[in-house]
Design a binder for this molecule. Structure first.
Ligand SMILES: CC(C)(COP(=O)(O)OP(=O)(O)OC[C@H]1O[C@@H](n2cnc3c(N)ncnc32)[C@H](O)[C@@H]1OP(=O)(O)O)[C@@H](O)C(=O)NCCC(=O)NCCS
Length: 182
């Protein structure tokens, strides 16, 4: 059975597959995505895309379901990605998410909807989960705003918590608590 999470009209989350290679290379060669994230290489090559698609399949086998989701548009195909990091295991009380969206599709509320739907889904399938975190570089207000709109609260500034290209970066810690337990 292929897993699928509906997000809004025309947008859904589904697993990555080998057919996503060329769009990953197209969209992830983006200096903004590189600057705002920690695990996406630059330049982003076909070998990087192949590695990622393989990794998502390995994770599927490890966890028994999809936690690395492609954001798909019915017309445009792959337009982004979002992952759950499985920080404290599948029975853990805490986890963390990350995401990116291809440049042409930004500013339409898509990732806000993705984060809302993903968090609802996670709280539903993982009864022990209480807290979902996201970490944002301090110079990325769009991402902090997405999280705020999706019900996350800003909990603090982790000063010089991240190193990107040898540069120390302040990190905004955002978190969402399971509804009813806030
Ligand atoms: C950050 C990102 C995921 C946002 O996705 P998106 O679908 O465009 O986001 P949305 O349209 O749902 O919401 C963006 C919000 O940020 C706001 N925003 C955009 N640029 C901003 C800026 N420079 N300063 C303040 N707010 C800004 C928008 O106005 C909007 O808020 P609003 O609805 O109150 O007007 C996307 O830009 C992206 O992929 N960026 C590169 C990778 C990245 O940063 N990943 C996250 C790492 S933590």
């Amino acid at each position: 059975m292929e897993e699928k999470i509906p997000v809004r009209e025309q947008i859904q989350l589904t697993p990555f597959g080998p057919e996503d290679k060329s769009k990953l290379v197209l969209y992830l060669n983006d200096p903004i995505i590189y600057r705002n994230t920690l695990l996406i290489p630059s330049p982003y090559t076909e070998a990087d895309a192949e590695w990622w698609i393989g990794k998502t399949q390995e994770n599927f086998e490890l966890y028994g379901r999809t936690y690395n989701w492609a954001i798909r548009h019915v017309e445009h195909g792959l337009i982004g990605g979002t992952s759950v990091f499985i920080r404290t295991g599948l029975e853990g009380h805490l986890d963390e998410i990350g995401y990116w969206l291809a440049e042409p599709f930004r500013g339409q509320g898509i990732v806000t909807d993705v984060v809302k739907v993903l968090c609802n889904w996670l709280f539903e399938i993982r009864p022990a989960l209480v807290r979902i975190e996201a970490k944002v570089h301090s110079y990325n207000p769009a991402s902090a705003r997405v999280l705020e709109k999706a019900g996350f609260e800003r909990e603090g500034l982790l000063r010089k918590a991240t190193i990107k290209n040898g540069e120390l970066i302040d990190t905004i810690l955002m978190a969402k608590i399971r509804p009813g337990l806030e």
